[in-house]
Design a protein around this ligand. Structure first.
Ligand code: CUA
Length: 355
């Protein structure tokens, strides 16, 4: 960015004050654009804007805990301030009436040390346990199963009953019980879509479960919530909640083999895809590409983002990602590719056609 700004100054001659201002504004505008792109039309993520019964339960518990905690804080603050305002009691201060002082102290110890904690902590603990119990109940009931496998730094998504496979974008039908079966291919990750509930750790060699039923259609943001390496912060996903018919259509298309409309684009793309080595890491179902290191690309053209929710899936970002994804997401497993311009164009055409 700095080099872009410098370039803008050189081509426009000596910077006038106004020019200088617009040049320095460029980085902040770019940052805003990136933030807006990151959202990709999705709802701002917040645990306090719950869109599923399980998230609502957690939010309610949070508000009540905040209320109780606030009341206790207020009480303790008043007790601290009160003696200062009222002045010290002479009989305690002078030791004139030691019995009264002791009784006074004991009473406070009983109320402040036993009664108050029991009244506050006991009901809240009971409530927390019942919420946890209901959350676990949701995870085991009969539901549509979505398997999500964490990788550094992306999400593999499979629907075993429907045969659909995708990555970094989970679609679910609204008003339907969905059970996420979560695991990982490498280190511990954690699946978290704040508006929908969670978060649940993805642990090597284990399958953890999360039951969710989304209230209304929309696109919700998800995050990896367990530090998993250098690109942990850029391991994001989208949860797209759709009407059941729309979801079924989507799942059927994700289950199908690759079907680029243009046979020429498909043939040329498949050739380059295997020649330059993409097929060693990626699968495109219905072709010879069966790599299993990176995301399944059979329908990559229909996804909204690239790089696990980092940039929008358009021609420019596709080209940038294919040639050097390390400049967008340093530390991901895809190496930079040295390609002829023709090869890059062919690959971009092919990826866009894989809808
Ligand atoms: Cu995956 Cu943090």
């Amino acid at each position: 960015m700095r080099s872009l700004v410098r370039h803008a100054r050189t081509v426009s001659g000596p910077a006038s004050p106004r020019r200088r201002r617009s040049a320095t504004a460029a980085p902040s505008l770019a940052l805003l654009a990136t933030l807006a792109l990151g959202a990709c039309g999705s709802r701002p993520s917040s645990t306090l804007d719950p869109r599923s019964p399980s998230a609502r339960e957690i939010a309610e518990l949070w508000w009540v805990m905040l209320g109780f905690g606030g009341a206790v804080w207020l009480l303790v603050t008043l007790l601290l301030v009160w003696p200062a305002v009222r002045g010290r009691r002479r009989d305690i201060d002078t030791g004139a009436d030691t019995d009264t002082a002791e009784r006074f102290g004991r009473r406070w110890m009983a109320w402040g040390g036993i009664v108050l904690p029991v009244v506050v902590v006991f009901p809240l603990s009971l409530w927390s346990v019942s919420v946890i119990d209901r959350q676990e109940g949701r995870a085991t009931r009969d539901a549509l199963v979505v398997e999500v496998v964490g990788h550094r730094f992306w999400w593999e998504v499979r629907y075993p009953e429907l045969g659909a496979v995708t990555a970094n974008e989970v679609h679910v039908p609204v008003g339907t019980d969905v059970r996420f079966e979560l695991t990982t291919d490498d280190v511990i990750h954690s699946f978290w879509a704040p508006n929908l509930g969670g978060k649940v750790d993805m642990i090597p060699g284990e399958v953890t479960e999360l039951g969710i039923s989304v209230d209304e259609p929309g696109t919700y943001r998800g995050f990896c919530a367990e530090f998993c390496g250098v690109q942990h912060a850029k391991m994001r996903l989208l949860v797209v909640a759709q009407e059941p018919e729309e979801f079924e259509e989507w799942a059927a298309s994700m289950a199908a083999d690759a079907t680029p409309a243009d046979a020429e684009v498909a043939a040329a793309g498949e050739d380059v895809f295997s020649e330059v080595g993409c097929a060693g890491c990626h699968t495109v179902r219905g072709t010879g590409a069966e790599g299993d290191v990176g995301p399944d690309l059979t329908h990559v053209g229909s996804r909204r983002t690239l790089g696990a929710g980092i940039v929008e899936n358009d021609r420019g970002h596709l080209g940038g990602w294919i040639s050097n994804s390390q400049s967008i997401k340093p530390g991901n497993l895809m190496p930079p590719m040295v390609l002829e311009p023709d090869e890059l164009r062919t690959l971009i055409d092919y990826m866009e056609a894989l809808e």
